[in-house]
Ligand binder design. Structure first.
Ligand code: 9WN
Length: 448
């Protein structure tokens, strides 16, 4: 066992609160949705039972509509340690919410991949089979929520209704939507996120004014998705929808393992493929771009989100080739020592230290690495795995990193950075790829 491995394990153990793993004890003292999925993938490498417990614990926060909330609040945390907390979201006032206080928005659906990984890490045991059988209906209900409540304009794509739902909060991918509107000051609030991290590395006060106004509007509409056509932020994001497509493929594999029908999941994955090609692929730009569902306008910026659709097994060779070329170009891997920057290096919006506007993050590296392995893009996969490990060796398990110098930024001892490092370090024992489990060939010539 290497020093890096032991250090990563130690971070996860220290951030475990008895039922779940906190993303960071100081900065994020509750359970976050997509963090838990990434974190469980790390636990699966050395303690599969804990990986499964992490996911079961997250889904205790699932709403009766199927919605999996972005945050499940921890009773042990100091109520003033994170904003917006339970007093802001007021989930107790909503009939479909569970007993545990949660936020009312969601995050990308990485959970099916995490459930499959946590099962496969201990596939022989009775406990694992029970885990898989109990999680499958919860995943189905979560995906059904996204299909029934978040497909708003007949495109077949799931919309996000808040920048926090993307997981890439202040990405320039939604500047064109946010900048076109005014946000009332509303109730006063105190930002807690600047207590431990410097102002220049976090979203701006202006960003926060928009985030709080949009969250308040959604909350005050009772988190009703029927009201969304009037909502001011409704965006179809390539990363969110590519992860959703991958999640349906994972559900197809889970259904097969449980002796159930995989076809409905494959059909839904295929529909997402068609919808992404019709609405998010920008032929002129040769890239996937986020789309404002109310106006149809697409973003003009290339971000890390443009690359994650490589997860789609039905991309034509031409489209997959363009995505791979962009990933390896001077805009991303080819232009810096520590890829993958969250915004193209040559974009005027690129900011090397400010949150999702430039820095490298280990979770998006892991998503793209997974996609590159699935798509057979060995050069890209090797480059990402090698530079991610080099980054944490040099700077520790930080939340994000300057892609030019590798300097660590944001929270320290950050859980998904530690967890996914364990996965990068164990790549030689990876279970067979999803595409080979499902018998779907890599990139298919002529479809798309
Ligand atoms: C808001 C917990 C979360 C991640 C997000 C990341 C950041 C929260 C914040 O931290 O967002 O959800 O307060 O900035 O952007 O991806 O899940 O680690």
């Amino acid at each position: 066992m290497t020093r890096l491995w032991s250090a990563a394990v130690e971070v996860l153990q220290a951030n475990w609160n008895g039922a779940a793993t906190l993303p960071s004890r100081d900065q994020y003292p509750h359970q976050w949705s997509w963090d838990s999925a990434f974190i469980s993938i790390g636990w699966a490498r050395f303690e599969p039972a804990r990986a499964q417990q992490e996911l079961v614990s997250l889904f205790r926060g699932q709403w009766s509509s199927g919605r999996v909330p972005q945050i499940v609040f921890s009773a042990d945390a100091d109520p003033g340690s994170y904003f917006p907390g339970p007093d802001f979201w007021r989930s107790a006032a909503v009939a479909e919410a569970p007993l545990a206080p949660t936020s009312g928005i969601v995050q990308p659906p990485v959970h099916a991949r995490a459930v499959l990984t946590a099962y496969l890490a201990d596939a022989g045991s009775q406990r694992s089979r029970e885990f898989l059988a109990s999680m499958y209906p919860r995943l189905r209900s979560w995906h059904q929520y996204l299909r029934l409540c978040r497909e708003l304009d007949g495109t077949g794509l799931a919309s996000i209704v808040h920048p926090w739902e993307s997981g890439l909060d202040n990405s320039p991918a939604w500047d064109h939507v946010l900048d076109s509107q005014d946000y009332p000051a509303g109730e006063q609030f105190v930002r807690r996120d600047l207590t431990h991290v410097s102002t220049g590395n976090r979203p701006t006060d202006e960003d926060y004014r928009a985030y709080v106004a949009l969250a308040r509007e959604y909350r005050d509409a009772g988190y009703s998705d029927k009201a969304l056509p009037d909502h001011r932020f409704v965006v179809e994001d390539p990363l969110f929808n590519a992860v959703f497509l991958d999640a349906e493929l994972c559900c197809a594999s889970i259904a097969e393992l449980l002796g159930l029908h995989r076809e409905p999941h494959l059909a839904r994955a295929r529909q997402l493929h068609e919808a992404m090609m019709s609405h998010l692929w920008d032929e002129a730009a040769g890239s996937f771009r986020a789309r404002d569902a109310r106006t149809g306008d697409r973003s003009t910026v290339d971000t890390i989100g443009a690359l994650i659709p490589l997860l789609d097994p039905w991309l034509s060779a031409e489209v997959a080739g363009k995505v791979e070329a962009l990933a390896l170009s001077a805009d991303f891997a080819g232009g810096c020592e520590y890829p993958m920057p969250s915004t193209a290096l040559t974009s005027p919006e690129f900011d090397r230290v400010r949150y999702w506007r430039g820095p490298t993050w280990v979770n998006t590296n892991w998503l793209l690495w997974t996609a590159a392995i699935e798509a057979g893009c060995a050069e890209l996969a090797n480059r990402i795995a090698e530079s991610s490990v080099r980054l944490v060796e040099a700077s520790g398990f930080r939340e994000y990193f300057d892609p030019l110098t590798g300097t660590g930024l944001g929270a320290d001892r950050f859980s998904w950075t530690a967890a996914l490092t364990l996965d990068f370090l164990s790549a030689d024992q990876a279970p067979s790829s999803l595409r080979s489990r499902l018998g779907i060939a890599g990139v298919v010539e002529g479809t798309g």
